[in-house]
Design a protein around this ligand. Structure first.
Ligand SMILES: Cc1cc2nc3c(=O)[nH]c(=O)nc-3n(C[C@H](O)[C@H](O)[C@H](O)COP(=O)(O)OP(=O)(O)OC[C@H]3O[C@@H](n4cnc5c(N)ncnc54)[C@H](O)[C@@H]3O)c2cc1C
Length: 490
């Protein structure tokens, strides 16, 4: 085998294709949108470049696992990133008591920062932070180590809420340490402790932001693939996937183009992929039904804000607004929306002291847009537009609590709802991160990168971990399945 067609030009598809290109494969990536990148895509509105789904990322610090992949590809000098301020990387603002918590980077940063607000819990915080790093260390793929057979510790599979309660006594602190949960759509009773630990430690070790738009990283991967003789074709969706016997034999696109290869990589939501199969029975019915039944992570409402010139200071950190301590784990379903907001000011290439823009991401359940689920972009009714405007106003009100005078800095806004996310990414229910992981049913919610079809492989956020780091690491695993073990020398 030496040729591959990849369905989906998001991070998962592009990263898998780049690795296979480096190893000498002939690669074709097919992307439905006119612009490549999926979650890496950026767009220009109101004269500013806004990122769609990659507002800050982990794993790019020296020694970080995604940086190591970039070193292997030889593209580190093409990265344009700005690291968050290590002394103050996050603010958690709890609206209920108007308390603001400043968090510094690293294991010691977390202990020292929160220890100041909860001095009696300092030792517990240290034990909790150490336990999180221990759990993260159990996941071989997270460290790009060959996957071993060592059994996981019992804590690994605990529900995240129970894991926290094991170490932390103070009821408010138990909620505060879960402040990053919009980054993995966590639920205290079902999200496995290892997901909480991996995502928390990933960002504790130092979040970075793409400067000048995350799509630059997609372009870097595209250029790399093309320099190695591959193709990245945008603006034409895969419509039909053909099979014969136990093998995939070719694809057809909306524009009527046909593609064939030795191997095929599905880098889109698996449930979307099932709908493309000419003969769905090429994949076992039980497998399809199992994945169709898996719950997906919640969606979000996004408000993109353009600031008046020189009116709002650049924030080299992330601000988490949360309605109350009790809302920390259910921000999408809070009795009164929004339950939480993640606010970032993405840097420009020549970032100065003032921010040109801010992106607010507020967890939102799919049910909020159900009345309009059968409408399509460009033809949504006036009631939907009015609802979006009222959501935007609520988010601006909440920012006023954190940054008094906020509204006076706003020049214009642009919104995206769970419907936008569903239609843009082609992902079920506008889910931010794909399939939810459930510690009571881990085998069901960990989707392998191989399938019963010998020349069909999966990649992207629905296998293992989501996000910039998780998807990049899964790309290595998918490429390794295709190439064979120990071919990729990272
Ligand atoms: C609003 C939002 C904010 C986020 N913020 C962050 C963040 O700050 N940091 C972080 O690490 N992660 C973040 N994420 C998650 C991150 O964006 C995803 O985990 C990641 O981009 C998933 O990559 P992927 O390649 O698996 O899927 P995608 O990026 O969704 O790529 C799939 C691609 O397949 C294409 N496609 C679909 N159907 C077809 C078809 N039939 N034919 C051809 N192409 C098709 C889609 O257009 C898309 O480009 C966020 C997600 C969202 C939605």
């Amino acid at each position: 085998m030496s040729s591959v067609v990849v369905i989906g030009g998001g991070l998962g598809g592009l990263m898998t294709a780049a690795i296979l290109s480096k190893e000498g494969w002939t690669v074709t990536v097919l992307e439905k949108n006119p612009v490549i990148g999926g979650g890496l895509q950026s767009f220009t509105r109101l004269g500013e470049v806004f990122d769609t789904g990659m507002h800050f990322v982990g794993g790019l610090q020296p020694g970080g696992s995604v940086r190591r992949i970039c070193e292997y590809l030889g593209i580190v000098d093409r990265l344009h990133i700005l690291d968050a301020d290590p002394a103050w990387m996050d603010t958690v603002f709890v609206s209920e008591d108007r308390q603001s918590y400043r968090i510094a980077q690293g294991r010691d940063g977390l202990v020292e920062s929160l220890g100041r607000y909860f001095p009696a819990e300092r030792d517990n915080l240290a034990a909790y932070a150490d336990a999180m790093y221990r759990l993260a260390d159990e996941e071989d793929i997270f460290h790009l180590r060959p996957q071993g057979d060592a059994a996981h510790s019992p804590e690994f599979f605990l529900p995240a809420g129970a894991f926290i309660e094991k170490y932390i006594r103070d009821p408010r602190l138990r909620r505060i340490v879960a402040y990053m949960n919009p980054l993995y759509a966590g639920r205290p009773d079902t999200t496995p402790a290892y997901i909480h630990a991996i995502i928390s430690t990933l960002y504790m070790d130092g979040p970075s932001r793409f400067a000048g738009g995350s799509v630059r990283f997609a372009h870097t991967l595209r250029d790399y693939i093309m320099e190695h003789g591959g193709r990245v074709l945008a603006g034409d969706a895969v419509r039909t996937v053909r099979s014969e016997g136990r093998f995939i034999t070719g694809l057809e696109t909306e524009h009527g183009k046909a593609y064939q290869a030795d191997a095929y990589v599905c880098a889109i939501h698996p449930c979307t992929f099932f709908g493309l199969l000419e003969d769905p029975s090429v994949l076992p019915k039980a497998y399809r039904e199992r994945l169709e039944a898996l719950p997906n992570a919640y969606s979000a409402f996004v408000l993109n804000i353009k600031f008046r010139k020189d009116s709002f200071p650049f924030q080299n950190r992330t601000t988490y607004w949360v309605a109350g301590y009790g809302e920390m784990w259910n921000q999408d379903q809070a009795s009164s929306w929004p339950g939480g907001i993640v606010a970032v000011t993405p840097p420009d290439l020549d970032q100065g002291a003032c921010a040109g823009k801010m992106i607010l991401t507020a967890p939102m359940a799919w049910e909020a847009v159900k009345p309009w689920e059968h409408t399509v972009h460009g033809h949504r009714p006036a009631a939907y537009e009015a609802w979006k405007t009222s959501c935007a106003e609520l988010l601006l009100d909440k920012m006023e609590e954190v940054f008094p005078g906020f509204r006076s800095a706003v020049e214009g806004v642009n919104t995206a709802s769970p419907l936008t996310i569903r239609d843009f990414y082609g992902v079920k229910e506008g889910s931010l991160y794909g399939f939810s992981k459930d510690c009571h049913d881990l085998i069901l919610s960990n989707v392998p990168v191989y399938t019963k079809v010998p020349n069909l492989f999966l990649t992207g956020q629905n296998c293992h971990l989501h996000g910039f780091c998780g998807v990049s690491l899964t790309a290595v695993e998918t490429a390794e399945r295709i190439l064979g073990r120990n071919v990729i020398r990272l």
